[in-house]
Write a protein that binds this ligand. Structure first.
Ligand SMILES: Cc1cc2nc3c(=O)[nH]c(=O)nc-3n(C[C@H](O)[C@H](O)[C@H](O)COP(=O)(O)O)c2cc1C
Length: 198
């Protein structure tokens, strides 16, 4: 589930919440899964991966990850991202564009403190996306961390990312194929609303 805190009251956020509630009521699984696409300026590559969206705090979308991972390196080189949600239970796609930044260490520490020790042991012990000899080695590193590390202390190399979209597309699929597409684009601080063709 996504935690909504003090949700921004502008139209795209209210629409997002309305569509989220419908998907929850329709029993959507993995509702917090969101695709984040990045561009690494140093190697000229675009990449995508799912993460779990944990919070929408006013107008900020927040997920957590490893700050040394390939995605982190891409965000450092180029802070533009695209984000993508698909809720199959209601046939809704939401496309977003934004700039991304890290959340504060204080925020990360607070969040980390309240997480399960098992999750934290993995966050501490995994050198995310780096090659390793075997899956067994992954499990050994995890077990060592579970036994030996301070599982309440957030490491510097782990934390949140926050983005505030300046562009939303809400795509609503219809059986007739007459799909509805609504765009919200923030220009000079004002949301410009339009309909585009399917
Ligand atoms: C549904 C789903 C949720 C995921 N959530 C996260 C997440 O919240 N944070 C994270 O770092 N990786 C998450 N992952 C793993 C990422 O997709 C990815 O494998 C990992 O972050 C490494 O990505 P990178 O090499 O591009 O940095 C998730 C994977 C799936 C399938």
């Amino acid at each position: 589930m996504i935690e909504f805190n003090n949700l921004n009251q502008e139209i795209p956020y209210l629409l997002l919440k309305e569509k989220y509630d419908k998907a929850v009521n329709a029993g959507q699984e993995g509702i917090e899964a969101i695709v984040i696409s990045s561009f690494n300026n140093d190697i000229n590559e675009v990449d995508s991966r799912f993460v779990n969206l944990k919070f929408i705090k006013n107008d900020e979308f927040i997920f957590f990850s490893n700050y040394k991972s390939p995605k982190a390196i891409a965000f450092n080189s180029h802070n533009q991202i695209a984000a993508l949600i698909y809720w199959s239970s209601t046939n809704i796609q939401i496309r977003m564009k934004a700039k991304i930044k890290k959340t504060s260490h204080e925020f990360n520490q607070k969040y980390f403190f309240d997480r399960s020790e098992e999750k934290n042991a993995l966050a501490i012990s995994s050198n995310q996306s780096k090659e390793i000899d075997s899956y067994n080695q992954v499990k050994e590193n995890y077990n060592k961390s579970l036994k030996n590390d301070n599982l309440r202390k957030c490491p510097e190399y782990w934390g949140g990312y926050s983005f505030t979209p300046y562009y939303f597309e809400f795509w609503e699929g219809h059986e007739s194929r007459i799909n509805k597409r609504e765009i919200f684009e923030k220009i000079d601080g004002v949301w410009k609303q339009s309909i585009i063709q399917p």
